[in-house]
Design a protein around this ligand. Structure first.
Ligand code: 13P
Ligand code: SF4
Length: 310
């Protein structure tokens, strides 16, 4: 379908249906351009909590739309592509996690927001990469902690907070794909560059980084830091907004081990959403995210605790 037609129709439908489009920074740039709000996981959860729209179109992945629905039981929440999953959420099966939990009965359970509603319902606290350190530090020292499902983020948090965490072995397929050899090669060609990395990356990448932070953390760092060149180790979609914010800085996506067309990391799940699918989901009001009330009430508790602490 023609791009101008899609933009026109999405704008019209959005007004007609009193809908809001929330998009993660990892979305296709056409979607970022038409979104009412672009943010990282924490910012989007807060936006979803406070919107007065009737319909939320969540241009992100499944767990994000699900979180928006948990926060807004009376609003219609739409996801442009129902198959837009996440390796972290998909790698933490509720039955397996329940068995895992029983091995550590006296532990506080902290889960990264990249997990299903069933896992959130089994958690004491939820966190995002932007507030994970603060959430762990809010738990009194005498408590033992399970952290799931991202092992890389968990390892990073152990170092940052000096707390011992029992870790679930999950990972993000995008952030674990950065190549240290290629990163060093790139850095040697750009020795004045600063490396900014997302904490979902493996520890050898984080060791090489000048700055470690969530998606919005990386954006704020690059906006305020005086360097001219940055190597950015997170999903490449972040470069769209960032290059508009810092037009005079050079932004280089960190190379992944896979030799793909852009030689950088893109999340295949995030990129399942397209402008056309966004238009169709707004027009047809489908696929719609639904969560049973029983599950929603349980999953809401740790999300609300996180939002109070953030
Ligand atoms: P943040 O939005 O918290 O930076 O997380 C990145 C991510 O991988 C989202 O799926
Ligand atoms: Fe999941 Fe990683 Fe994609 Fe984020 S970038 S949605 S963590 S697979």
């Amino acid at each position: 379908m023609d791009k101008n037609f899609l933009i026109q129709e999405i704008t019209r439908l959005k007004q007609e249906k009193k809908a809001v489009i929330l998009a993660h920074y990892y979305q296709d740039e056409n979607i970022q351009e038409i979104a009412d709000f672009i943010g990282d996981s924490l910012e989007l959860a807060k936006k979803a909590q406070n919107t007065n729209a009737d319909i939320i179109v969540f241009a992100g992945v499944h767990f994000m739309a699900e979180t928006a629905k948990i926060l807004n039981p009376n609003k219609k929440v739409l996801l442009p592509d129902w198959e837009a999953g996440c390796s972290l959420a998909d790698g933490c099966d509720p039955k397996d996690f329940s068995e895992f939990k029983t091995q550590y009965p006296d532990h506080v359970v902290v889960t990264y927001i990249n997990c299903s509603a069933e896992i959130k319902a089994m958690s004491d606290l939820v966190c995002t990469s932007a507030n994970a350190k603060k959430i762990i530090e809010s738990i009194p020292d005498e408590h033992k902690i399970i952290f799931a499902p991202d092992e890389n983020l968990g390892n990073y948090l152990q170092k940052e907070t000096k707390r011992e965490l029992v870790l679930w072995k999950g990972s993000c397929v995008v952030h674990e794909a950065f190549s240290l050899d290629k990163l060093i090669e790139l850095y040697n060609k750009n020795p004045t560059a600063k490396i900014a990395a997302h904490p979902e990356s493996e520890s050898h990448i984080l060791k090489a980084a000048h700055f470690i932070g969530s998606t919005s953390g990386i954006i704020n760092f690059i906006k305020t830091d005086p360097a001219a060149v940055y190597i950015v180790a997170t999903e490449a979609g972040i470069l769209h907004e960032l290059s508009k914010a810092v037009p005079n800085k050079t932004l280089i996506p960190a190379p992944s081990t896979e030799d793909n067309s852009c030689a950088c990391s893109e999340c295949a799940f995030m990129k399942m959403n397209t402008l056309e699918k966004l238009y169709l989901c707004l027009k047809n009001e489908s696929p719609e995210m639904l969560v049973t009330e029983e599950l929603r009430i349980e999953a809401l508790k740790p999300i609300e605790k996180m939002l109070q602490l953030s």
